[in-house]
Every structure is written in C-alpha cells, then in structure tokens.
Design a protein around this ligand. Structure first.
Ligand code: NAD
Ligand code: UDP
Length: 314
C-alpha cells in the first residue's frame, strides 16, 4: 500500500513508519516539526519507499499519485507541548484532520485517526470502555487537546457516514519508548532523566493517581491491525497494567539503579485521577493485546535515553 502518515516525525509516528516500511509498504510522511524531529526518521533517510515532506497539515497541499491509506497522528501530545501550543493543537485536530479526511476522500483511501484516552477526561467509569462518553472539562487547560480529539473523532464519523470513507479511530492510552523527547514533560522521560541525573523525581500531587503504560512496539502493532479492520467506532489501545505514579517512580528507580529521592509538587489542574483501558474490544476484534512487559520496555527506553544524554554531553 502507499500510505500517507501525518505526524511521522514524532515519537509514535516514527515507529509507525519504521513498521510500515518493514512490512513492505510505501510511506509518504508529513510533518511540520512542531514537536517532532527529522532525526527520528534518520534510519529511513535512504529508503526508496520512504519520503518526508515538510508540511503543516492545517495548510493546503497537493499530493500526486494513488494513496491507499491516510493515517493522522499529527498533534502535540504531551501536556507540556499542548499547553504551550493550545491553538495549534486545536487546529491540528480540527483543520488538520479535515484536510487529511479530504485527502482520503479524494484518493478513495482508508483513514486512521489516532485519538486518545483524554476523550474520557477525568473518568467516572473505571476501567474505561469505549462506550463511556467521558468527563471532560471543556474550558480547562487540557481542553485544547481533549476537545480537539473529540472533534476529530466526530469529524471522522461524519466523513464515514456522509461519504462512506473506511475510517478507524484508535483511542491511545499512555505509550512510552525510545524517541520520546527527554524534555517533553511526560512522566516517563521526566522520571528517567531525573533518575539518571540522580536528581529528585518530581511527583505531582500525592502520587496516588494511576496510569497504565504501553510499550510503543505493542501500540504500533495495534494501530496496524486496526487500520485493516472494518470497525468504525473507537477502539482502545493501551496496556491494562495499572499502577500509581508513586509505584511507577519505584519501577524507574529499579531499572536505572538510581537512588533519586521523591519530591512532591502541586497536581496540575484537571489531571485525571485514574486511567486504565478496557481492551476487551481490541482483543476480540483485532486479536491484539500488549506483550512487552514493563521492565523490558523500560530497560529499552532507559538505554535509549542514556544514549541521547551521552550524545548531548559530548
Ligand atoms: P509527538 O508530539 O511526538 O508527535 C506528533 C507529531 O505531529 C510531531 O512530529 C509534530 O511535529 C507533528 N505535528 C503537530 N502538528 C502538526 C501539523 N499541524 N502538521 C503536521 N505535523 C504536525 O506525539 P506522539 O506521542 O508521537 O503522539 C502521536 C499521536 O498519538 C498524537 O495524535 C497523539 O494525540 C496520539 N496519542 C499519543 C499518546 C502517547 O502516549 N504518546 C497517547 C494518546 C494519543
Ligand atoms: N507526572 C508526575 N511528574 C512528572 C510528570 C508527570 O507526577 O514529572 C504525573 C502527571 O501528573 C500524571 C501522570 O504523571 O498524573 C502522567 O503524566 P503524563 O504527562 O505523562 O501524561 P498524562 O497521562 O497526564 O497525559
């Protein structure tokens, strides 16, 4: 297939491109490098089936030739990034998703949207099932991201209903792995960086809030399976292994061998208190469930961050 991937230079996008190329596809990658970097795609630089175009997907563009699938991953995704770029985030979900859907429509291609567990907001149903409509503050600081994704989901369903496009919607839960930005503020790079520097690990609130962490290779496998499925409604993709942030800090200390102390900081506004995907639907429809254990995924991630820090220091 010839597949357009928007947001290809980001953390998940770059791993997704690696996988698509390894599977024999041709990839046309779009990115405006707002939060991603071409260096994430350096392994594909000389690959003839891969091309990278500097393109903001909220702006008009032309693309010649047939396209079989369009995958839209373009959006700031870490709280630090979307709080810094709230309007770009809303535009990416709204105008950007619209342009990618128009591309899919014009080319008769299928369309994959990467949505998020943030659609559930601070959830009152636990674990989160796809039929739960969520508890989102529409005017809080996180609303630029949450509502952008909820709008993108609605737009995707509208294009499916009105134009019959074969669409898929992935609701991705916290994902981690190599190529996350060391300074993007998300808990995995933040704790690993602090642990490797032997600095205090900053826990927001009392650390009793929960998350469930999925290794990026597992997530990408789920995206590939979903992209070929006939399911039009959202499907959760994430790891159901839930833990408190305090417990997670202990895992990082153990994998890095660090003795960093814990430092408590104020909890950001609207920070969800619990999060854990119910993945029954993905298991049944896609035969998918994550298989990389946390310790193994963290080991690979820490190894990557050690390398990045060494290059940065030299
Ligand atoms: P990321 O910030 O690393 O990657 C996003 C990429 O999109 C970046 O390369 C950025 O430059 C690009 N981009 C942003 N706006 C653009 C625009 N207007 N035009 C073209 N490119 C643009 O984030 P990520 O963690 O790789 O997330 C990828 C997708 O997965 C996002 O849509 C995000 O909402 C979703 N997601 C991620 C997670 C996670 O845990 N990482 C969880 C839920 C959902
Ligand atoms: N968090 C933390 N310390 C940090 C960064 C994050 O305690 O230095 C917490 C954050 O408050 C949240 C969880 O870790 O409860 C996950 O945060 P992240 O930004 O990775 O993703 P989120 O799930 O909030 O989108």
């Amino acid at each position: 297939m010839r597949i357009v991937v928007a947001g290809a230079a980001g953390f998940i996008g770059s791993h997704f491109c690696d996988r698509l190329i390894a599977d024999g596809h041709t990839v046309v990658a779009f990115d405006n490098f707002l939060t991603g970097s071409p260096s994430n795609l350096s392994a594909l630089r000389n690959e003839p089936r891969f091309s990278l175009i500097d393109q903001d997907i909220t702006q008009p563009f032309e693309l010649h030739g047939a396209v079989d699938a369009v995958a839209n991953l373009a959006s700031p995704a870490s709280p630090k990034d979307y709080l810094e770029h709230p309007i770009e985030t809303l535009d990416a979900g709204a105008l950007g998703t619209r342009r990618m859907l128009e591309l899919a429509l014009a080319k008769g291609a299928r369309f994959l949207l990467t949505s998020t567990s943030e659609c559930y907001g601070d959830p009152l149903v636990h674990p989160q099932v796809e039929t739960y409509w969520g508890n989102v503050n529409p005017v809080g600081p996180r609303s630029c991201y949450d509502e952008s994704k909820r709008f993108a989901e609605a737009l995707t369903m509208a294009y499916h209903r009105q134009h019959g496009i074969r669409t898929n919607i992935a609701r991705i839960f916290n994902t981690y792995g190599p190529r996350m930005k060391l300074d993007d503020g998300r808990v995995v790079p933040a704790f690993v960086d602090q642990a490797l520097r032997s600095e205090p690990m900053t826990i927001f609130g009392d650390g009793s809030q929960t998350r469930s962490f999925c290794y990026v290779d597992d997530l990408v496998d789920g995206l590939c399976r979903l992209m070929l499925s006939d399911e039009r409604y959202p499907v959760n993709l994430g790891n159901p292994h839930e833990m408190t942030i305090l417990e997670f800090a202990e895992h990082i200390r153990s994998v890095t061998g660090s003795a960093s102390p814990i430092q408590f900081r104020p909890l950001p506004e609207d920070d969800p208190k619990v999060r854990r995907p119910d993945i029954s639907k993905a298991r049944a429809l896609l035969g998918w469930s994550p298989c990389v254990p946390l310790e193994e995924g963290l080991r690979r991630t820490v190894e990557y961050f050690r390398g990045v820090r060494t290059i940065g220091a030299s």
